[in-house]
Design a protein around this ligand. Structure first.
Ligand SMILES: Nc1ncnc2c1ncn2[C@@H]1O[C@H](COP(=O)(O)OP(=O)(O)OP(=O)(O)O)[C@@H](O)[C@H]1O
Ligand SMILES: [Mg+2]
Length: 302
C-alpha cells in the first residue's frame, strides 16, 4: 500500500486550463517526498486534492488506499495538513486553538491537553501559549499551524511551504522535527517547498512539477542520472600550475567524471605527473543544480 498515489490526476479551476495535468505518482510509506516547482506549478492544488479539499476534474488519487473524495473523514483522521492558508482562530490562544483541533480530531480532553503541551514545547511556543493567535508573529503562527497538523499523530503529513516565513533558527528546528518524525515514527512527509537546500537535506525522493505537469521524479541520484548531470573532480594546484584539458574556475581545475569511482586514479595520475595538489574534491550536483537543469530542459523542448 502506498502512502500517496495519483493516477492521471487532473484539476481545472476554470474548465479551460489545467492547473494540474495528468499527474501520476506513487509515494511509499515512510518516505520524505519533496514536491518542487515554480510558483503556480500546481503543488498546493495537488495537496488540496490529496487531502480532499478539492475534487479532481479527472483521474483519481488515494491516501493509504483511501479515496479522499469518497472517504474524507477517514483521510483527515490519518493525515495532518499544514498549508499557507490553514485557518485557525485569531481570538483564541495558542493552547485553545490546539485543544479545539484536538477535539475535532477526536482526541479525548486529557489526550488533547497532553499532546498540545508536548507540541507547544517542541515548537518553542510554550511561553506564548496563553497569547491570542492574532498577537503571534508570522513565524509563531506558522509553528502553531505545524503543531495543529501534528495534533492527531498523523501517518502522513502534508506540508505546504512549512518554513517559508521562518527565521533560520526556527526553520532549522522545524526541519529537524520533520526528520525526527520520519525517522522515529515512520511518518510519511509530503513536502512542498522552494527551499531546495533544505529539501536536499530532508527528502529521500522528489517530484518536479512545472505548469501542472510532473516533469521528473525519483531520488537525487535518479534525477542526476536521468538528465546526465555528473559529478566533477576539482583540484587546487600551486599558483601558475595548470592541467591540460581541465576547466579553470575560481582557483580550481575541474573536469567532469563519468563515475565517481574515477576520482582516486585521476588524483594519483595528477600527482605522479609532477603536480603539487593542495586540495582535491568531488563536486556533486546539488538538488538546486538538477532542478534548474530540468526546468531549462523543459523550456527548451517545448
Ligand atoms: N482557487 C483557485 N481558483 C482558480 N485558480 C486557481 C486557484 N488556486 C490555484 N489556481 C491556479 O492554479 C495554478 C496552480 O496553482 P497552485 O496554487 O497549485 O500552485 P503552487 O505550485 O502551489 O504555487 P506556489 O509555489 O506559488 O505556492 C495557478 O495557475 C493558479 O493561478
Ligand atoms: Mg502553493
Amino acid at each position: 500500500m502506498y502512502a500517496v498515489s495519483a493516477k492521471s490526476l487532473t484539476k481545472s479551476y476554470d474548465g479551460k486550463t489545467n492547473a494540474l495535468n495528468d499527474l501520476s505518482l506513487e509515494i511509499p510509506q515512510g518516505s520524505v517526498y519533496g514536491f518542487l516547482g515554480p510558483n503556480g506549478a500546481g503543488k498546493t492544488t495537488s495537496v488540496k486534492l490529496f487531502t480532499g479539499l478539492l475534487k479532481p476534474t479527472q483521474g483519481e488519487c488515494t491516501v493509504l488506499d483511501l479515496n479522499p473524495v469518497k472517504d474524507p473523514s477517514e483521510v483527515h483522521r490519518l493525515c495532518g495538513v499544514m498549508t499557507e492558508t490553514a485557518r485557525m482562530y485569531g481570538q483564541l490562544t495558542g493552547t485553545q486553538n490546539l485543544l479545539f483541533f484536538a477535539q475535532t480530531a477526536g482526541l479525548s480532553r486529557e489526550e488533547g491537553n497532553e499532546r498540545a503541551s508536548e507540541l507547544l514545547k517542541k515548537l518553542d511556543l510554550w511561553d506564548a501559549r496563553d497569547k491570542k493567535l492574532r498577537e503571534y508573529s508570522t513565524g509563531m503562527a506558522q509553528r502553531l499551524s505545524l503543531a495543529r497538523a501534528l495534533i492527531n499523530r498523523p501517518q502522513i503529513l502534508f506540508l505546504d511551504e512549512p518554513t517559508s516565513g521562518l527565521d533560520p533558527e526556527s526553520a532549522q528546528s522545524v526541519n529537524s522535527m520533520i526528520t525526527d518524525l520520519a525517522n522515529s515514527t515512520g511518518t510519511t512527509v509530503f513536502l512542498c517547498t522552494h527551499q531546495l537546500r533544505y529539501a536536499q537535506d530532508l527528502c529521500d525522493s522528489y517530484g518536479i512539477i512545472d505548469k501542472g505537469k510532473l516533469i521528473a521524479g525519483g531520488s537525487l541520484e535518479n534525477l542526476c542520472s536521468n538528465i546526465g548531470s555528473r559529478a566533477k573532480a576539482a583540484f587546487r594546484l600551486q599558483e601558475g600550475d595548470s592541467l591540460d584539458g581541465f576547466d579553470y574556475d575560481s582557483g580550481w581545475w575541474q573536469t567532469e567524471l563519468e563515475q565517481e569511482g574515477q576520482m582516486p586514479k585521476l588524483l594519483k595520475n595528477i600527482v605522479e605527473s609532477g603536480h603539487d595538489v593542495y586540495e582535491a574534491r568531488l563536486v556533486k550536483p546539488t538538488l538546486e543544480d538538477v532542478y534548474f537543469e530540468y526546468l531549462k530542459h523543459q523550456e527548451e523542448t517545448k
